[in-house]
Every structure is written in structure tokens, then in C-alpha cells.
Design a protein around this ligand. Sequence first.
Ligand SMILES: [Zn+2]
Length: 85
Amino acid sequence: MEERKKKFRESYNEKLEAQEQPSYIDNRIGDKKGQLTVIEYVGTGILNTSEIYHLWRVQCECGNKVILNPQLIQTMVDCGCGSYE
Ligand SMILES: [Zn+2]
């Protein structure tokens, strides 16, 4: 689990610029889960299966910002810092 999270974080450039959110996707800004709050839309990513997914910048209570896809937003409760109990 921890290894998976680490790999995920390394796979994204956290300096990605925010992009305008397409109107056809749900607005997740302000969504909260555990220590995480969605703060902005970042853009799309493409999986190996050429499936497109959307990325969101998420702020953890510890101050860290991470970029997550909706699937990870649903499963993660902190940025990986372990501050959520
Ligand atoms: Zn954190």
C-alpha cells in the first residue's frame, strides 16, 4: 500500500498548472475526505489503456499538496503522511 502511494506520487509532476475545468465533469473543488480537500482542477491524464481520467490538486491538513485522480481521492484519507487517524 505505502509503496503504491509512493510510486503514484512520483509519477506526477506536482508543478502542473491548473487548467480550466471542462463543464462535462463534476466539480470536485471543496470536496473533503479525511485530511484531504480538493482545491483545483489540474487536467487530464491518460492510462496505459488509453482511458482518459481527470486529475485534481488536493491539499492535506499537513500542508502537502498532491495530485490525485478521482479513484485515489475516494480511497486516500491523507497525502501519505499518515496524519489521518
Ligand atoms: Zn499529509
